[in-house]
Write a protein that binds this ligand. Structure first.
Ligand code: PEP
Ligand code: MN
Length: 349
């Protein structure tokens, strides 16, 4: 539940509510807003009646949260979460959408990776993505270079000034991945690997959490909740498509509506991944546009120095010249959308 204090509530009033909650075994988190102080209370509601809380001095309202996720919900935190990196890059809120670009898998070709990174940086992208540990449907497929890939990513990231995003598949690799990456990705297949969510919840690097292929929006937000509950509030959601009945033309169904739905119910930033969402190179441009129009805070795109030779997902990867072309079009769209976003924000103010 959420306890909203009166504007006039005193420090003593707030402390008395916190004490009462603790006495009843609640975990209470205090949020001091500009106007109201809000207390998040997580615990067994059967031991403390709402009426008793509402009757306390300085309490304005006690609200039960209908959504089962609490920390991720907009009720708890009405303003957008903005995740900021040491180099000034920001994701979420009214910030310009970011780009996470790179090959599906990091291959044993550092120059190829660097070529993608240099092009991405020149265009104004912020992140280099690439898999070191790859979840593959078949055990016979290339499953990543492991630490060598992490070293390549870090080196290319340093050379270009791009931040590095890479997937963590197993909690036992967390320390290793954390050493090289700026952002830890939890892949779609692991969205409900609760031990893994707990592990990244205990680290302090931002996490890109991809939507499971057969997960509802609620389950997606609850997965984010696991990470947040364990202490890490820096979660970036990623819509990457869900299984549909028709895979004759697309790999997945990219659920564009999930973006505004999540914006309504959660304060977390959300990006769109049209590469895995469609599995088709020619759909990257229209579906990135759709995602941006729907309010995505960024785009994740697979780009390879030579897609025909890629060891994974070549069919959906853009070549560098193709990405340049797509990026220019998306950038024009962002100029228009971003203008709108800032206009709306200034009208509200
Ligand atoms: C990826 O981004 O490399 C990936 C494997 O994506 P997903 O988990 O969405 O399938
Ligand atoms: Mn891929």
């Amino acid at each position: 539940m959420i306890i909203i204090m009166e504007k006039t509530a005193t420090v003593e009033n707030i402390q008395a509510v916190m004490d009462k909650l603790k006495e009843h075994g609640f975990r209470a988190i205090l949020h001091e807003g500009d106007v109201h102080t809000v207390i998040d209370a997580l615990g067994d509601k059967t031991t403390l009646s709402l009426n008793r809380l509402e009757a306390m001095e300085g309490v304005s309202q006690v609200k039960m949260i209908r959504e089962p996720y609490r920390l991720a919900s907009r009720d708890r935190k009405p303003e957008d979460t903005v995740i900021e990196f040491d180099n000034g890059v920001k994701i979420g809120g009214n910030n310009r959408p970011v780009f996470m670009v790179g090959p599906c898998s990091v291959e044993d070709d550092y120059d190829g990776l660097l070529e993608v990174a240099v092009a991405a940086k020149e265009l104004g992208c912020q992140f280099l993505r690439g898999g070191a540990f790859k979840p593959r449907t078949s055990p016979y497929d290339f499953d990543g270079l492991g630490e060598k890939a992490l070293q390549y990513l870090q080196k290319a990231g340093k050379e270009t000034g791009l931040l590095v995003v890479t997937e963590l598949m197993d909690a036992s690799d967390l320390e290793l991945v954390e050493k090289y990456a700026d952002v830890i990705q939890i892949g779609a297949r692991n969205m409900q690997n609760f031990r893994l969510l707990k592990a990244v919840g205990k680290c302090n690097k931002p996490v890109v959490l991809k939507r499971g292929p057969a997960s509802s929006i609620k389950e997606f937000l609850l997965a984010a909740e696991h990470i947040m509950y364990n202490g890490n509030e820096k979660v970036i959601l990623c819509e990457r498509g869900i299984k549909g009945f028709d895979s004759s033309y697309t790999r997945n169904v990219l659920d564009i509506s999930a973006i505004p739905v999540i914006k309504k119910y959660s304060h977390l930033p959300i990006i769109v991944d049209p590469s895995h969402g469609t599995g088709q190179r020619y759909l990257i441009e229209p579906m990135s546009k759709a995602g941006l129009v729907a309010g995505a805070d960024g785009v994740m795109v697979e780009v390879h120095s030579n897609p025909a030779k890629a060891l994974s997902d070549g069919k959906q990867s853009l070549s560098i010249p193709q990405f340049r072309d797509v990026f220019a079009k998306l950038n024009n769209l962002i100029d228009v959308l971003h203008l709108e976003k800032t206009n709306v924000a200034s009208q509200v103010e």
